[in-house]
Design a protein around this ligand. Structure first.
Ligand code: HEC
Length: 116
């Protein structure tokens, strides 16, 4: 199994906690210590954000937030963390985002959002 598929499987499994967990409930060793774009940050954005926020899916209402390339994902750092922490994104019409996936993005941004 490729590293990417392994990471995706892990995040899907982590999804069993139904998206209501807090970050401190996540086993810190259950997600990569230094997440990078290709493993598994891109998969997280694809699963939880890009149904609405990719360049392809985007409408005017989405105000320019796209997460389908590392460069566009990096650019939205401040607002991305704000809506995720506030629980407004993903909205109720999207998938519930498990704490493990949120912590992965927190770590990625905190480490300067490496594109690989
Ligand atoms: C089901 C569709 C959908 C999904 C999934 C979704 N969004 Fe959004 N997002 C929207 C819409 C529609 C808006 C614009 C209207 C609004 O602010 O509610 C928006 C707005 C935003 C904004 C701008 C908010 C502001 O206050 O200006 C950010 C940042 C954002 N989304 C980030 C994300 C992130 C990060 C994810 C994934 C974790 C995500 N969204 C998932 C539909 C979605």
């Amino acid at each position: 199994m490729t590293r990417t598929r392994w990471a995706l499987g892990l995040l899907l499994l982590a999804g069993c906690d139904a998206g209501t967990g807090t970050l401190d409930q996540v086993d810190p060793d259950a997600i990569p210590a230094q997440p990078t774009w290709s493993a598994p940050v891109e998969q997280v954005f694809d699963l939880y954000c890009n149904g609405c926020h990719s360049e392809a899916a985007q409408t005017g209402a989405l105000e320019g937030y796209a997460y389908d390339t590392c460069a566009t994902a990096k650019r939205g750092r401040g607002e991305t963390l704000e809506v995720m922490r506030g629980g407004t994104m993903p909205p109720p019409t999207g998938l519930l985002m498990p704490a493990a996936a949120r912590l992965t993005l927190e770590r990625w941004f905190a480490q300067g959002a490496p594109c690989d």
